[in-house]
Design a protein around this ligand. Structure first.
Ligand code: FAD
Length: 295
């Protein structure tokens, strides 16, 4: 089925919603995910993405999830995340060929993180050092894919400076990215400043905020530490006032709903939800803010 290009998605829709899944480890997890996906697809997303981990089995699971999404929702375009971790040029080409042949429409092109415990990213001896090289490879050899890349409102944690980070992002976009999806953030001012810096740098593709509604304090502390995102003092204070998970969930939901409402008023082209394979928070926000009707 012919899908709109990624650029068309952001041009044609007033607000393009995307939901990011990850490959579950078990069959039960997979079935649960598809239950949640039923509710999420009811929110009218423009496309669905699935993350990609290092190692063969995780790769296969990314494809397994996306294949099933395509079977159950043939009208819905899907994007595979792809990283350079542990992959040679040929491995990457092989994955891209396969993804193209089974009908994956877009690629979220990433460098990936070094293995746990390692601070420095070391490319495969015949692999790629930065996401920009992956974008170039896709543009040169697989021009049919839409390509999204990662952007960091609070700067990539390994970057020496914001200026260097922006310069690399500009080069990554110039290599052929159609959109930038941001790392999660909890203070919209970080996003607005980032968007302004993108404009100053001459980056004119859609800048799409990535939103992760907090569902528990323990979980978000772990995730934020991993990706370098900061929690606002007010959000922390409110979360800490609730020892129970349901209370924390509601605080996180309220915060994310306010974030999204304000971002939409500030004219974002779409919202990318890190749904972590659950539907309750994202579906609530989409319904309460009537986001589904804005496509
Ligand atoms: C939307 C989104 C989705 C993600 N999905 C996944 C996923 O599915 N799987 C996964 O493992 N990880 C995922 N990540 C995490 C991502 O892999 C990490 O944040 C990783 O550390 C950086 O990836 P990147 O593509 O931004 O790298 P790059 O763009 O290559 O940047 C990495 C670092 O190198 C610097 N840099 C870039 N180019 C150059 C250059 N030419 N010279 C010197 N320095 C340079 C950058 O400033 C930055 O500090 C995702 C992140 C986001 C925001």
């Amino acid at each position: 089925m012919a899908h709109p290009t990624l650029s068309e998605i952001y041009r044609q829709r007033r607000l393009a919603l995307s939901f990011e899944l990850f490959p579950p480890k078990t069959e039960e997890g997979l079935n649960n995910l598809f239950q949640h996906l039923k509710e999420l697809t009811g929110c009218g997303p423009a496309y669905i993405t699935c993350t990609y981990g290092a190692g063969g089995s995780t790769r296969d699971r990314t494809l397994q999830v996306l294949t099933r999404v395509m079977e159950e929702y043939p009208a819905l375009p899907v994007a595979s995340h792809l990283t350079c971790v542990g992959a040679s040029h040929e491995d990457l080409r092989g994955y891209l060929r396969h993804a193209r042949d089974i009908g994956i429409a877009y690629i979220v092109a990433l460098r990936g993180d070094p293995p746990r415990g390692d601070k420095t990213f070391r490319p495969h001896p015949d692999g790629l050092q930065h996401a920009i090289e992956l974008v170039s490879l896709i543009r040169d050899e697989f021009p049919g894919f839409g390509v999204a890349v990662a952007g960091y409102p609070e700067m990539h944690p390994a970057s020496p400076s914001r200026a260097a980070d922006m310069e690399h992002l500009k080069r990554k976009v110039d290599a052929g990215a159609d959109a930038v999806i941001t790392q999660l953030f909890y203070d919209n001012d970080d996003f607005y400043r980032f968007r302004d810096r993108c404009a100053q740098e001459g980056i004119h593709v859609p800048i799409v905020p990535g939103i992760l509604p907090v569902t528990s304090l323990a979980q978000i502390k772990r995730i934020a530490a991993l990706c370098g995102a900061s929690l606002t003092p007010k959000l922390m204070e409110r979360l800490e006032a609730h020892p129970d998970e349901e209370g924390q969930f509601l605080v996180g939901l309220y915060h994310a709903a306010r974030q999204v409402d304000e971002l939409v008023e500030h004219g974002v082209p779409g919202v990318h939800f890190y749904v972590l394979n659950k539907s309750r928070a994202a579906a609530f926000i989409c319904r309460a803010l009537t986001l589904s009707n804005r496509g």
